[in-house]
Design a binder for this molecule. Structure first.
Ligand code: ADP
Length: 295
């Protein structure tokens, strides 16, 4: 089973022919309201990739909560542990024009995910479950979840996105870390990929997987490192490639598949996600991933 403790948003996306300049108003063409948030996207990716997946987090008490919950449920994610708090649901306010976008994320309900919520969720977890964590909820909560998950015998996977400051002690509780190049550099201060991987290993992370977009991944353990080239696909929209990767990795590890096999499957999911526009709508199903891998 995969347990995701993380962010849930309603993504409000306005599409226009060009982005407005400062203080300017432009007319748009379309508006969509869909489930988003790194936590929720990775939960959807894990469920679509075939794992029994539960989301843990908060929505608010507003119409956006229904949109977010329906998005999780429609994709087969269990939502018993998504509880409402007073106030609004988290929002990502996105503007898209001509292949460019800008985003304002307002955490709102996500800021209320705390240690007590984590402990309640982990009380129902079992050793061998995969715990997927990201950094769109308070960093202290994520650090607590890593510690408690580690102690409960879960496999702790941390996607350190967006890169925020974390207590140094967190790394010893992390089994697998999956930063992209930008996040790895921001966290470690190292722009060299091998040096960044070494930084995480030195602090107690068992397996480092640096995702390098169209350049594939660098995977490192204390036993050595190896690179995997990306699958060649026609990139349409790279949004959510990382979420497809990490969610699928979690789902595949939860099925008991060893890392050496889980990484190529996660890379296939990342590659498939870039062939379609959007975030959660672009996340591939188990069938799509397995068909792609057989080609
Ligand atoms: P993020 O979205 O977090 O920045 P990446 O862009 O590194 O993450 O993508 C995650 C993984 O998805 C990559 O390691 C790669 O395997 C796959 N991927 C991403 N972009 C492409 C691409 N253009 N072509 C093929 N695979 C890709």
């Amino acid at each position: 089973r995969v347990l995701v403790i993380g962010s849930i948003t309603c993504d409000v996306t306005a599409f226009a022919d060009r982005l407005p300049g400062r203080g300017e108003t432009v007319l748009g063409r379309e508006l969509t309201l869909v489930l988003g948030g790194k936590g929720a996207n990775q939960a959807v990716a894990a469920a679509r990739a075939g794992a029994r997946t539960a989301m843990v987090g908060h929505v608010g008490r507003d119409p956006f909560a229904e949109i977010a919950l329906a998005g999780l449920r429609d994709n087969g994610v269990e939502t018993d542990q998504v509880t409402p708090v007073d106030g609004p649901t988290g929002v990502a306010h996105i503007r898209v024009a001509d292949g460019e976008n800008d985003i304002v994320i307002v955490p709102l309900a996500n800021d209320h995910v705390d240690a007590a919520r984590v402990d309640q969720a982990l009380a129902q977890a079992e050793p061998g479950d995969v715990l997927l964590l990201q950094l769109e909820i308070p960093a202290a909560t994520t650090a607590h979840a890593a510690r408690a998950g580690h102690e409960a015998g879960l496999l702790v996977v941390l996607d350190p996105a967006p890169a925020v400051e974390l207590p140094e002690s967190v790394w010893a509780d992390v089994d697998v870390v999956t930063p992209n190049e930008t996040e790895a550099a921001a966290i470690t201060g190292e722009t060299d990929e091998d040096a960044a991987a070494r930084w995480f290993l030195d602090r107690g992370v068992a397996t480092v997987i640096l995702t390098l977009g169209g350049h594939g991944v660098l995977m490192a353990t204390s036993g050595g490192s190896r690179r995997h080239d990306a699958y060649e696909v026609e990139a349409v929209d790279t949004t959510a490639a990382g979420d497809a990767f990490t969610g699928t990795l979690g789902a595949t590890l939860a099925a008991g598949t060893p890392l050496a096999e889980a990484v190529p499957r996660a890379m296939a999911a990342g590659a498939l996600a870039v062939t379609k526009p959007g975030a959660s709508p672009s996340l591939p199903s188990a069938t799509e991933i397995d068909t792609f891998l057989e080609q």
